[in-house]
Design a protein around this ligand. Sequence first.
Ligand code: SF4
Length: 332
Amino acid sequence: MNARIARLAAESRFDVCGDCKFNGLIYVAMSKKARLFKALLSSNCRFDCAYCPNPWRKGISVTPEEFARAFLNLRRRGLVDGAFVSSGMHSDPEKVMEDIIETGQLIRKEFKGYVHLKIVPGANKEQIRQAIEIANRVSINIEVAKPSMLNEVVSVKSRYDILRRERWISEEVRRYGNSKSHTTQVIAGLGESDADIIACMKRQYEEYGISRFYISPFTPLKNTPMENCRSESRKRAARLYSIDALIRLYGFDARRIRDVLEDGMLKDDPKVLLAEKFGIARPIDIPGIGPRAAKLIEKGYSLADLKRMGFSVKKATPYMAGQKRLSDFAIF
Ligand code: SF4
């Protein structure tokens, strides 16, 4: 394996693509059990994002051919299930996007499975159309939840330009029905409140039709302008992901969630806060109960049944005391 590719795979870890674990060269998406080959085409970058190591050191690059070859070799050996192609801005945005598209085209010559292509700020409309034609999923990162903060962390990205491209992406993806999707990512811990992130998340799902809203907790990196800033806790990101699940999977009204914030922040697990403020109307409202367990409760399974099946019921127990069957649980 090309040593530069291995380095570029490690350097792509700042782009979240799900609950992925980096395993040497391959990212394993835990929920889908899919193994993704995720790497940058280049870690050279002309942009100046203050949280990113790429603009502050000399980077390396590979060609679209080298990237595609590396992926197809891993694929032939049965080591990966899909590819994620991204890049630092080693050249002008249209050239960078052209390289990403070319990589996708080379991969597609031999591979029909999952391909995710990054859309870079500055990509043109036709390039976005081409990228979506090739990929199963595309993404463009909006980076910060609070629009006014973007200029504090990067001088060359414009919120307006990014959202304009996101609008194009959304229109193009919609043409394919459910067979294509797009996602975005924000960094948590740059001075925004939970209320800012929730408002941004809501807008992204409702107005742009994204499939996933990824939250990357800020980590200060050596030799970047933000190396002395405080890192964001994983606990905060986990609470925000709970909100994401409530909005995305259960159709919770984000305005209801705002009612349980204190000074714009979640002080506890959002499901606990919501249950205590609004009570429990459906099994899915029970703290600690996810969609699968909620379905089983609806079918009449008891907490003891769930426990026997391997579900953790510790958090749910205080909210379901004495419950044996659904009919015993008075509030339903
Ligand atoms: S665009 Fe920003 S985040 Fe992406 S590689 Fe360049 S400096 Fe890093």
